[in-house]
Design a protein around this ligand. Structure first.
Ligand SMILES: N[C@@H](CCC[C@H](N)C(=O)O)C(=O)O
Length: 268
């Protein structure tokens, strides 16, 4: 099985081309591929499959030729991945599977429009973040309040007063399973300047990652909400770099680097 490896601000993915739609991806196989010792190692898998061959997104096939079938490192399926769709776009362009610098990608959360920027960044229109209310998490015995944000996938974005650098995110933070029956991606962030935050994230299905695109937009939306703002450009510093989030009245945009670093043959 042919694979390509890529990342967006060090949120890394194994890309699996599946032009005929015949590739089965049971959860245990995804988990082995993503294992950093027994496999290639990644935060998730991006299967590249024609939308028209994928019943769950066939309705998007008029707008988007390719479906990003995203799986977390533990093999679970997720609706959306902001960095993943940027890396997916880079792959489609480098593989010659799309024309031009702007095109659409089908995802479980709906069609996402992407643009390859001249300087090497990839921008994706992420849709409007939906701030749904409050909830709480406990990290290493300490409780934090945050805002529930729907980005197509579920987030709890907690703006905290302290620097996030010292937080212990080696274990699953506690959350309310009644509020998040499908699990949740948990962001902790603190402000370090005007519309500039530092974020760490514990992703559903992948653990702590070095970046999360949907999490960055959720974090910017939560910080803006608390500041009484609904528009503006936010810099979100993550362990793997910095991404830019633009919020406007209608939608949001996520920009940052997306690179392919290796390719090969999977011997699984
Ligand atoms: N890293 C991603 C999010 C991937 C999915 C997430 N773990 C979930 O289960 O919802 C991003 O860049 O958005």
């Amino acid at each position: 099985m042919r694979f390509v490896k890529g990342h967006g601000t060090e949120n890394d993915f194994v890309i699996l081309p599946d032009p005929d739609g015949g590739l089965e991806l049971p959860g245990p196989l995804v988990a082995v591929i993503c294992d950093r010792r027994a496999g290639i190692g990644a935060d998730g898998v991006l299967r590249v499959v024609p939308a028209k061959l994928s019943p769950e997104v066939a309705a998007q096939a008029d707008e988007a030729e390719w479906f990003m079938d995203y799986r977390n490192a533990d093999g679970s399926v997720a609706e959306m991945c902001g960095n993943g769709v940027r890396v997916f776009a880079r792959y489609l362009a480098e593989a010659g599977l799309v024309d031009g610098d702007e095109f659409s990608v089908a995802t479980r959360a709906g069609v996402r429009r992407v643009r390859l920027e001249p300087g090497g960044d990839v921008t994706v229109e992420m849709g409007a973040p939906r701030v749904l209310g409050e909830s709480r998490t406990t990290v290493a015995g300490r409780e934090y309040g945050g805002l529930r944000v729907d980005m197509g996938n579920p987030h709890l974005a907690c703006v905290i007063g302290d620097p996030v650098a010292g937080l212990d995110l080696t274990r699953q933070p506690a959350f309310d399973p009644l509020v998040f029956p499908q699990g949740v991606n948990i962001e902790l962030l603190n402000a370090v300047g005007p519309r500039r935050v530092v974020m760490r994230v514990f992703e559903r299905g992948s653990g702590e990652t070095r970046s999360c695109g949907t999490g960055a937009v959720a974090s910017a939306a939560a910080a803006a909400h608390l500041a009484g703002e609904s528009t503006g450009s936010w810099a979100v510093e993550v362990l793997g770099g910095t991404v830019t989030v633009i919020l406007d009245e209608r939608t949001s945009y996520l920009s940052g680097p997306a690179v392919l670093v290796a390719s090969g043959e999977l011997a699984l």
